[in-house]
Design a binder for this molecule. Structure first.
Ligand code: PLP
Length: 344
């Protein structure tokens, strides 16, 4: 890995961050707060949230087995994705490499930041070699994006190829593990201490069932997390989000039960799709959705929409011609989908 100073945008490396009122004191016996121009009324909404999210990070640290200093929390994973560009790529100069097809936000954030985006096509098994990714890189490549399990293909990218990419690449590798709770493969998250150039993304939006509160996580070496923290909005995670997340983390076994149920439903749905005449193929999934190939995906999509069932049309995505991406829902939702498709 290159020294971090060479990978960071020079203005960001030199940035002196905004110091918020609530940054400057540390707990103690403070009980009168006249430092932030808040309104004393309308408790508890009158107070600014903890800019460092200390309580929440401490709890996440226990559950994920990651040091508090190795955790960044943001307004969804989207914030961490955008920050990776804003911290480590120079607009109009640097580039990033990513697997293709994958989650759309990596490219949108590249375009917003005026950074060249270099997609590298997966093979017909939706896999990629480290060599293929590294061959697309040059000395201006700062980030490689890998999503595993991948969206929309649903499969894990081979772990040994991801590890080879991390070991060989001079820049930073972002591995988005948004769906790892649904996968039997062991995640890379516990190994951030072994790879100083690895950033792992997790989210509260999928297995944790909290898409509404907008809370995403990045795990990485402290040096990287420190840069994210100095660039983020001071109060990027609001108080309601912090308290709802803390509440959700009180009983992580609830999440385990949800995941188990969803995995059982996934098995049932694979079998059911395979029996449908309009369905040509169900791709193997390590996530909470299935990529399904139909004879005419556009027509199936329109038909389902007319019956009030919305799935994701991926037919114009590379390698996903005539495919719909279908989330595993509740038993009732899944039955509604199957019954509509049987009448198609
Ligand atoms: C759903 C999803 C996320 C979650 O994004 P949030 O902003 O945290 O809701 C992240 N990465 C991938 C690949 C996803 O599919």
């Amino acid at each position: 890995m290159k020294p971090l100073v060479e990978l960071t945008r020079p203005n960001i490396w030199n940035l002196k961050p905004y110091s918020s009122a609530r940054d400057e004191f540390k707990e103690g016996n403070a009980h009168v707060f006249l430092d932030a121009n808040e309104n004393p009324y309308n408790i508890p909404y009158n107070r600014y949230p903890d800019p460092n999210q200390t309580t929440l990070k401490t709890r996440i640290s226990q559950i994920k087995g990651i040091g508090v200093d190795n955790i960044f929390l943001g307004n969804g994973s989207d914030e961490a994705i955008d920050l990776a560009y804003r911290c480590f790529t120079r607009p109009g100069i640097d580039n990033v490499v990513a697997i293709e097809p994958t989650y759309g936000m990596y490219k949108v954030c590249a375009d917003i930041n005026d950074v060249e985006y270099r997609p590298v096509l997966l093979d017909d098994k939706f896999q990629i070699s480290a060599d293929a990714l590294l061959n697309a890189c040059d000395d201006k490549t700062k980030l490689i994006w890998i999503c595993s399990p991948n969206n929309p293909t649903g499969n894990n990218i081979r772990r040994d190829e991801i590890v080879r990419t991390i070991r060989s690449f001079e820049g930073l590798v972002v591995v988005d593990e948004a769906y790892s709770d649904f996968s039997a493969e062991k995640p890379l998250r516990p190994e951030i201490n072994e790879y100083p150039n690895l950033i792992v993304l997790n989210t509260f939006s999928k297995a944790w069932g909290c898409a509404a509160i907008r809370l995403g996580m990045a795990f990485a070496d402290k040096a990287i997390i420190d840069i994210f923290n100095k660039v983020k909005y001071p109060y990027n995670v609001n108080s309601q989000t912090q308290s709802i997340a803390l509440n959700a983390l009180k009983d992580p076994y609830v999440v385990d039960r949800w995941v188990k149920t969803i995995l059982l439903e996934r098995v049932r749905m694979v079998d059911a799709f395979n029996m449908l005449p309009c369905c040509k193929r169900v791709y193997p999934s390590d996530a909470n959705f299935l990529l399904v190939k139909f004879d005419n995906a556009q027509a199936v999509y329109e038909y389902l929409k007319d019956t009030g069932i919305i799935v994701r049309n991926r037919t114009h995505v590379m390698l996903c011609g005539d495919c719909l991406r279908i989330t595993i829902g509740s038993k009732g939702e899944n039955n509604a989908l199957l019954s509509a498709l049987r009448q198609y």
